[in-house]
Write a new protein. Structure first.
Length: 166
């Protein structure tokens, strides 16, 4: 405390940014950004402590978007968890890069046999990182095997029926 009993903490990129009156009476503490490795460790600890579900792809996309800004990392993580309750690749992409996320995806016609449920891991409608189009096609094939088989008529029977026979 000084004679007035008041102290301030200012954060800026360069001491030149400070007003002259403050700069003359200030103690300059040089600080540097945390390395990305330490930011990742702090973010992971916070997610574990606060029970935030996450996956590796989610963190990769998060750090690609936020870079080395710890405040942005924490704000984005909180925003994603509040909306989706899980830090997956898809949920991060929905939040930070909606244009990429909303690109149309192709689904095989075979995959359209079953109603699409949401993926239990990332809460998206498949296909996603956990359920591929191949998996959807496999589900469709299994479902077709469960359905009763139709009777297949020979070409002769079909032509007789068209001609008015049988």
């Amino acid at each position: 405390m000084d004679e007035d009993g008041v102290r301030f903490v200012c954060s800026c990129r360069s001491p030149k940014d400070l007003v002259d009156g403050i700069r003359q009476r200030a103690y300059i503490l040089q600080m540097k950004r945390l390395p990305q490795k330490d930011m990742l460790a702090l973010t992971l600890k916070m997610c574990v402590r606060e029970d935030v579900g996450f996956e590796k792809g989610g963190f990769e996309e998060l750090f690609k978007y936020t870079g080395v800004d710890m405040g942005k990392i924490l704000r984005t993580t909180q925003r994603i968890f509040t909306k989706y309750a899980y830090l997956s690749y898809e949920n991060v992409l929905k939040e930070v890069n909606p244009e990429e996320f909303n690109k149309p995806t192709e689904v095989d016609a075979v995959a359209a046999i079953l109603p699409l449920n949401r993926c239990p891991k990332c809460t998206l409608i498949p296909p996603c990182r956990h359920i591929t189009p191949f998996d959807l096609a496999q589900q469709g094939r299994r479902r077709r095997r469960e359905l009763p088989k139709r009777e297949v008529r020979s070409d002769e029977e079909r032509s007789d029926k068209k001609a008015g026979g049988k």
